[in-house]
Design a protein around this ligand. Structure first.
Ligand SMILES: CC(C)=CCC/C(C)=C/CC/C(C)=C/COP(=O)(O)OP(=O)(O)O
Length: 286
């Protein structure tokens, strides 16, 4: 209302994606009814800033300006305008204020999405972990804070979220390069295997590129092992079941990405994976 439209831009850059489009359950029935609106507020805000960074029509500067505006609304430095993108930051501000969940769980995401907007190159595995620290780990920490669980859960949660993020990078590696000219595969691994980004545009994965994928999946296996401890740190039964289910889904998706080709088609979780996740959740009941 008080903001010049140039700050937000006229275009709606929403991808139209919703919670049901995600790999992993967002605000599922295992999250208590009282906390669900807060999870939805976080998700809506994260979706908006992700869509800004992934928009194919905005320039890097326009993306950065919008991300800055979102952060300003979140931190109460700028008034929201009556638009879904801006309002999502205002709604999350109210939610974080009410629940006492640290604002960092929301501002950290913006750090990662600024890198996405600028087009940062990931040279090493550690560079990738650094990206995930800001793009994915805050999501788990948000949920842990929201449930008032112990900080002892952070390490396993970070491992889980980083695993999920790298799995998502592998699923989308071709699409990210084609649509956004973005590559999360560390350039040192690509060079060592003797491949270039062009190999990601082929109709199937070459044996050399498969080496890069498998090296990443070896790292993901280690992360999944660390993540397995997560349920043992969670007191709330339903949230513990949710965590166990998501750890299982991460393991199942890792296996699929070893056996299936992400360049030949979308590697996605199937009904059998959901059944395994339900089994893991039930085992975490006690
Ligand atoms: C403590 C706990 C339960 C932690 C788990 C929290 C969680 C589900 C984190 C996921 C973070 C992440 C990589 C999202 C990408 O989702 P996506 O693969 O759907 O990506 P996209 O929509 O951007 O393609």
């Amino acid at each position: 209302m008080t903001e010049p439209s140039s700050v937000w831009g006229k275009a709606d850059v929403s991808s139209g994606k919703g919670a049901s489009d995600e790999n992993f359950p967002v605000g599922s029935f295992l999250i208590s009814k009282a906390l669900r609106p807060h999870v939805h507020a976080y998700y809506a805000y994260a979706r908006v800033i992700d869509d800004i960074a992934d928009c194919e029509t905005l320039t890097p500067d326009e993306k950065l300006a919008r991300l800055n505006a979102m952060e300003d609304v979140l931190l109460g430095k700028r008034e929201a305008i009556m638009r879904p993108d801006s309002m999502s930051a205002a709604v999350l501000r109210a939610s974080l204020t009410r629940t006492g969940v640290p604002f960092e769980t929301a501002t950290d995401l913006i750090i990662a999405f600024r890198d996405d907007s600028r087009g940062v190159e990931y040279k090493t595995w550690d560079d990738l972990l650094h990206y995930c620290k800001y793009s994915a780990n805050p999501v788990g920490r948000f949920l842990i804070h929201l449930h008032r669980e112990s900080a002892n859960a952070f390490a396993a949660s970070d491992a889980l979220c980083t695993s999920l993020q790298i799995l998502n990078h592998l699923q989308d590696c071709q699409k990210d390069l084609q649509r956004l000219n973005r590559c999360y595969m560390p350039s040192d691994m690509m060079a060592l295997a003797g491949v270039t980004q062009d190999d990601l545009l082929a109709g199937r994965t070459s044996p050399r590129l498969r080496r890069v994928f498998n090296t990443l999946l070896d790292g993901v296996d280690d992360l999944n092992t660390q993540a397995s401890a997560l349920p043992t740190h969670i007191q709330d039964r339903r949230f513990r079941m949710e965590c166990a289910a998501i750890v299982e889904l991460a393991k199942r998706l890792t296996l699929r990405l070893r056996r299936e080709d992400p360049l030949a088609g979308r590697v996605a979780l199937k009904r059998a994976d959901a059944l395994h996740a339900a089994g893991a959740a039930l085992r975490a009941w006690s």
